[in-house]
Write a protein that binds this ligand. Structure first.
Ligand code: GLA
Length: 388
């Protein structure tokens, strides 16, 4: 893909000067969902699919963007003097937001640049295509403008900052962190309370990670997500009246059961319960993986789904059909919704010999019950963003 993006850049913007190429991956989260804005743990990994980019510095303050995924939109021209939070209606809101965030964080960009991108993450699938564009832009800015003092975790944080404040989506740090910091064949055990992390090898010799795309994305995803975040924050402040914690991730299950009556609303109590239990499940899942107990890892994935479905209420009918069908197939060690929810994808750990049956059966059940066609990706875990 690098060659194609470079060729497109030369076609659109000319071949003179120093054109560099970059890649930032999408991610799949194995366990630890809706914990990243609650001071809990997550366990995502970078994929080998993502967003490719070619870029070249300019001498003036112009910005020119072109996406091979949105050819009809064509070249979008803008300028460093035209960065308006929540003002942009097309994909360029993501790179522009990151340029803006660099300025807000004390690294103003003084020269414009031209940029062509191509992403091979299915759009709207919940595999973090937008985070990959943000991280890609961060890596491009760091490289083109030689901003040596910022690190990859900084780039992840600026990406999140731009998504929160430029694009109005109150996401946590997981997606950008995974895209920036991914490591081949490893998942990232990230403690979002202080951004400390550890790589854990995901060496599944006799099983595969299979992502199933439901191809549905329900409306109001962003607003429902922001609502969940709000509910969690309110529950936290209620709990802080009775126990000294900084985030829901500070509580054990036992402590939560002791203090939960401080959360005055039943729905909010369920949200907080999910955040607390999911965080503990994530810690246990990583311990299980370290002792090669993939079966226990799978059971914890299943429990994660139940909690996301019943307590956090971010699943939907289509996703439940896929997950419940997967649970019935021999050789499926675990299956759950992954990402923000309300559609998107499931992630499953499937024994090598069951991968074919898994795909056949899910296709059939999904078609029968929803009339829709799901799609599968048997994925490899890749490295984080870089110049390529
Ligand atoms: C989205 C957000 C992440 C995270 C997940 C849920 O992907 O961007 O920050 O909150 O949802 O785990």
């Amino acid at each position: 893909m690098r060659q194609e993006v470079l060729a497109k850049f030369q076609e659109m913007f000319g071949s003179e000067g120093n054109i560099c190429t970059y890649f930032a991956p999408g991610r799949v989260n194995l366990i630890g969902e809706h914990t990243d804005y609650n001071g809990g743990h997550v366990f995502p990994c970078a994929l080998t699919i993502g967003t490719y980019g070619a870029a070249r510095r300019r001498e003036d303050r112009k910005l020119r963007f072109y996406s091979m995924n949105f050819e009809k939109i064509g070249v979008v021209e803008s300028s460093l003097d035209d960065l308006n939070p929540c003002g942009d209606k097309n994909w360029t809101a993501y790179p522009k937001g990151v340029i803006w965030a660099f300025g807000e964080k004390g690294h103003p960009i003084d020269c414009g640049f031209d940029m062509v991108i191509y992403g091979n993450i299915p759009n709207g699938s919940g595999l973090s295509s937008s985070a990959s564009v943000e991280v890609l832009t961060g890596v491009i800015l760091k490289d083109l403008f030689e901003i040596s003092e910022i690190s990859l975790p900084d780039i992840a944080l600026y990406g999140q900052y731009s998504e929160n404040n430029y694009n109005g989506m109150n996401c946590g740090i997981m997606d950008q962190f995974a895209s920036a910091m991914g490591k081949k064949d490893h998942a990232i055990f990230l403690d979002t309370s202080d951004l400390s992390y550890e790589y854990a090898r995901v060496a599944l010799s006799d099983a595969k990670i299979v992502i199933t795309n439901s191809k549905v994305k329900h409306a109001l995803v962003d607003s429902a997500y922001n609502d969940r975040r709000q509910e969690s924050e309110t529950a936290l402040s209620e709990l802080q009246q009775v126990v000294g914690i900084k985030g829901l991730g500070d509580l054990t299950e036992e402590q939560f059961e002791t203090y939960k009556s401080a959360v005055k609303d039943e729905v909010r109590q369920k949200r907080a319960k999910h955040a607390v239990y999911e965080n503990r499940r994530t810690i246990r899942a990583v311990e299980a993986l370290k002792r090669d107990d993939v079966e226990e890892f799978g059971r914890l994935m299943n429990a994660s789904h139940v909690s996301l479905r019943d307590d956090y209420e971010v699943s939907c009918e289509e996703i439940d059909i896929l997950v419940e069908a997967a649970w019935k197939i021999p050789g499926v060690l675990g299956s759950r919704i992954t990402g923000g929810g309300f559609g998107g994808c499931t992630v499953s750990i499937v024994k090598n010999e069951a991968v074919e049956a898994f795909q056949e059966q899910l296709l059939a059940v999904y078609k029968e019950k929803t009339g829709k066609q799901c799609e599968f990706y048997v994925v490899d875990i890749g490295d984080g963003a870089s110049r390529i």
